[in-house]
Ligand binder design. Structure first.
Ligand code: 13P
Ligand code: SF4
Length: 355
């Protein structure tokens, strides 16, 4: 749908008034009406780097979700203010790992005598206190663009290392099994709602990957049946999915990668090629619009936007920007100094990984 012209004009005017004091970041899953005002767009890894690369900007307006704004706050200077236009833009996956639950799990691993060999790795899609937990316990952050390199780093940290992977079981399993040659039997799932994660001490001792029982409610909807259905319907279709999809979906796909990878793949694809894409719908629609010479379909029978990403809309963006013009900082995301210190350790370990 076309954006309200009055709001577009107001957003433009506010951006102009703020000039280089303002830097607007937009995740690829944002609405078109918002993405048109982003100074840079990217997946969560690229945006974390982009935020850190603008020490001159006084205000960083983050059009994405809460954990991304927290990471931007951690990676930017003390005088820079990070703003999330709607505080209700959270992430259901990040909410699946609470710090108290993770600390309980760690205690159980100490009790089982394995904690010394466990390296915690958390997906970017987690709260700052989970990142800090990883920093404090010799671990790191990863994103969907560098999960394999991060896991290789983690396994090299200790002899007989195991990885506790938070909070997305699918990214952890898909990376370990499909990219690194581990078997499904090397992976166990820690369920925070069960006594001892639902695992015996022996299962914990035998595991290489301890996967937290979390998932993305958007990518978790894609199914292997729809992959089969589309293959039957569209000859030569190539199935391209995000690694947050279930293992059985990723196994059936032709290509798997982060949102940045998905975009590059479609940009490089020849005219006339057919693609079924399993990631958030705003991005798939934008790719279909930008590449009318390619046949791009969504890998689901129904619509599935990320409802929290969609909370950032043009009215919220205009509200945040006009407040800044008036000298009022609204919806600032500020991580407390102790959490920030340790989360930065984990984030820096990620940023230091070989590209
Ligand atoms: P990336 O941005 O790392 O591809 O992750 C996708 C996602 O779900 C972001 O919330
Ligand atoms: Fe969270 Fe999934 Fe939405 Fe990304 S797409 S913000 S992982 S719920």
């Amino acid at each position: 749908a076309a954006s309200d012209p009055d709001l577009v004009a107001r957003a433009r005017a506010a951006k102009e008034a703020l000039g280089s004091r303002l830097f607007v970041l937009g995740h690829h899953y944002q609405r078109d009406e918002v993405i048109q005002f982003a100074d840079v767009t990217g997946d969560s890894f690229k945006l974390a780097r982009d935020a850190a690369a603008r020490p001159d900007a006084e205000y960083i307006v983050f059009c994405g979700v809460h954990f991304m704004a927290e990471s931007a706050d951690i990676l930017t200077g003390p005088d820079q203010k990070v703003i999330l236009p709607d505080l209700a833009a959270g992430c259901s996956m990040a909410d699946m790992a609470r710090i108290a639950q993770v600390e309980d799990a760690w205690d159980a691993m100490v009790e089982a005598g394995i904690a010394d060999s466990v390296v915690p790795v958390t997906y970017m899609n987690s709260s700052a206190d989970i990142k800090a937990f990883c920093g404090r316990n010799g671990g790191a952050v990863c994103t969907s663009s560098n999960a394999q390199v991060a896991l290789e780093w983690a396994f090299a940290q200790k002899p007989d290392a195991k990885v506790l992977f938070l909070p997305d079981q699918h990214l952890g399993r898909n990376t370990a099994v499909l990219q690194m040659g581990y078997s499904l039997d090397d992976c166990v799932v820690w369920d925070p709602h069960k006594q001892n994660g639902g695992l015996t001490a022996e299962e914990l001792r035998d595991a290489k990957m301890i996967l937290w029982r979390g998932h993305c409610s958007v990518h978790g909807r894609f199914s292997a049946e729809v992959v089969d259905e589309l293959r039957a319907k569209i000859p030569d279709v190539q199935v391209l999915v995000h690694p947050e999809c279930k293992h059985e979906v990723v196994t059936k796909a032709d290509l798997v990668g982060s949102t940045e990878f998905i975009i590059k793949t479609i940009e490089a694809a020849p005219a006339g090629s057919s693609w079924a894409i399993g990631t958030e719908l705003n991005l798939v629609q934008r790719l279909a619009d930008a590449h009318p010479d390619k046949n791009i379909v969504f890998l689901d029978r129904t619509v599935c936007y990320c409802s929290t990403m969609n909370r950032i809309d043009l009215p919220h963006l205009v509200w945040a920007l006009e407040n800044l013009v008036a000298g009022t900082v609204v919806n600032q995301i500020q991580v407390d100094p102790e959490t920030e210190k340790w989360a930065l350790v984990a984030l820096q370990r990620m940023l230091d990984l070989p590209a």
